[in-house]
Design a protein around this ligand. Structure first.
Ligand SMILES: NC(=O)c1ccno1
Length: 241
């Protein structure tokens, strides 16, 4: 199954980077198909206008609905289809999580709508909801200049989970937030040399004792999660001794 990814933006060149590295390899291997579109291609005036002043007043400009609607008609179609996932990155969206990435990794089509200015006329989102499966998501509590960088981050989080993408799928099992880690943060990692600038690899990791190594790693994951992400812990994890 090939996952088709579409990006609607007034800066489609942001997505040229998807030809690089693993994502480029995934495209070559037919795992994903990437299409970036310039929203201005669906304007009809000399200035290729995509924005206008906000109704009700206020600072800045709002993206007009017409170009989005015409782009949807051409790129996605005019028939409802819940298998199409339409993502609007936005500071006012729901937190984007690893579980959301996991769910999206089985999608056949994902369309990213990258807003600029103060945002997109809300009727565009309402229309999309009437037609497809819509996700308004945020990467975190901060504001970017547009949705493009968030779309790239979400793309990477999703595509790396597509079956066949990662050379060694087992490496996914022990990452932060993975089910294999009970949703905990990943433990600290070390490699050779054993001693580096007066800093040594923890002895337990060199012991060859798999049980002790597993316990150390679990304890470290619980410790880090309790310290940095108490919101992810619950009474089951407890406080490591
Ligand atoms: N926080 C975000 O995900 C975001 C998307 C666009 N601007 O901010």
């Amino acid at each position: 199954m090939t996952m088709r990814l579409d990006y609607l933006s007034i800066f489609p060149a942001y997505f040229d980077v998807l030809d690089i590295s693993l994502l480029g390899k995934a495209a070559v291997n037919g795992l994903v198909e990437v299409h970036a579109h310039d929203l201005r291609d669906w304007t009809h005036d000399r200035h290729r206008t995509v924005d206008d002043t906000p109704c009700g007043g206020g600072a800045g400009m709002v993206m007009k609905p017409d170009p989005w609607g015409e782009a949807f008609d051409e790129i996605i179609g005019t028939e409802p289809d819940s298998s199409v996932h339409v993502i609007f990155p936005s500071p006012s969206g729901a937190p984007f999580t690893q579980s959301a990435a996991q769910e999206l990794s089985s999608a056949v089509r994902i369309v990213f709508c990258c807003g600029r200015y103060e945002g997109i006329d809300h009727r565009v989102i309402d229309y999309a909801r009437s037609m497809w499966t819509v996700h308004e998501v945020s990467l975190g509590d901060y504001v970017l200049n547009g949705g493009e960088v968030a779309a790239l981050a979400i793309t990477e989080a999703v595509v790396r989970l597509v079956p066949g993408f990662m050379g060694n799928p087992e490496s996914l099992a022990e990452e932060s937030f993975s089910a294999g880690q009970d949703g905990l943060l990943e433990y600290p990692l070390f490699t050779r040399p054993v001693s580096w600038r007066g800093l040594d690899v923890p002895e337990v990791l060199m012991s060859g004792h798999h049980g002790r190594i597993a316990k150390w790693r679990r304890d470290e994951s619980v410790r880090l999660t309790c310290e940095r992400r108490p919101d992810l812990t619950d009474s089951d994890f407890g406080v490591p001794h």
